[in-house]
Design a protein around this ligand. Structure first.
Ligand code: PAF
Length: 280
């Protein structure tokens, strides 16, 4: 596996591969890899002759009171894991290279960035969209893969790629879960044992609500009540529960098969997110 830290070198590498007719797949990450990332890499392998994983903890997507400083990092572990999952190139630039003092531009996907997680994390998706566009311009992938766990992020990136006529295919990959259903996330490492046990109520609530939808319950308020009930009895604090259209992220008062139940909740101070499709 090749390790590249320089932006011009990465661009040169990709241009050369493209000139040889090879397809490039990109899996963007912030490191501290778990099975969810490994599943993205395995899927990425199928989409490209060359698999690039970026590892960059993007300061622009963290708010001033968020966990940038304490975000878990372990380069050596990530290097070994990404190589064993079939990565050809690990692209890991310094923040000073990605955001020199002269940096001014931001990408705003209006309407999608300020709802749901965007309400509690103002500016977060501007940071995500901006860094992803930069990564696309640097790695020049044919395909880029993102986890469905961050469903709002995936929707925003798809919209950005469409709006800006980007020649990259965006692929969403299903969420990988712990045996009790908890969606894998680097932030799960912050949870105490009791919080970790309580956190399973999120996916349990989502599964129960999706089952109720399949049995004929279409009222969003009732379905959301099922999720809220599970989380409340486990002692989690809700940030939001909503049923939204998968493309517009607009609230659906009556649940339908193009809807998705989306959740954010706090276990202690750790904010966890999850979602489930209502597709039949
Ligand atoms: O999902 C993530 O880990 C990040 O938001 C991403 C897409 C790598 C951008 O920094």
């Amino acid at each position: 596996m090749k390790i590249i830290t320089d932006i011009t070198e990465m661009q040169g590498f990709s241009l050369d591969r493209r000139a040889h007719g090879e397809r490039i797949a990109l899996v963007p990450t912030m490191g501290y890899l778990h099975d969810g990332h490994l599943s993205l890499l395995r899927e990425g392998r199928k989409h490209g002759d060359v698999l690039v994983m970026s590892l960059f903890v993007n300061p622009m997507q963290f708010g001033p009171k968020e966990d940038l400083g304490r975000y878990p990092r372990d380069f050596e572990r990530d290097r070994v894991l990404s190589e064993s999952a079939g990565t050809d190139v690990l692209f890991c630039p310094d923040a000073a290279l990605m955001y020199p003092a002269s940096f001014r531009t931001a990408v705003e996907v209006a309407g999608l960035s300020d709802v749901l997680c965007g309400k509690t994390r103002p500016g977060h998706f501007r940071g995500v969209a901006t860094v992803v566009l930069k990564l696309f311009n640097i790695v020049m992938p044919h395909t880029a893969l993102f986890g469905e766990k961050d469903f709002q992020q995936l929707t925003i990136i798809k919209q950005m790629a469409e709006d800006l006529n980007m020649a990259v295919e965006i692929v969403g990959v299903p969420t990988v879960r712990e045996p009790d259903g908890l969606a894998m996330s680097s932030r799960n490492t912050y949870l105490s044992e009791a919080q970790r046990a309580a956190a399973a109520s999120i996916s349990k609530g989502l599964r129960k609500a999706a089952a109720a939808f399949k049995e004929g319950e279409k009222d969003s308020a009732s379905l959301m009540g099922i999720v809220r009930g599970e989380m409340a009895s486990a002692g989690l604090r809700e940030d939001y529960v909503d049923i939204v259209d998968e493309r517009t992220l607009g609230t659906l008062p009556a649940a339908s098969s193009h809807g998705r139940i989306v959740v954010a909740a706090y276990a202690g101070t750790t904010r966890l997110i999850d979602n489930i499709s209502l597709k039949e």
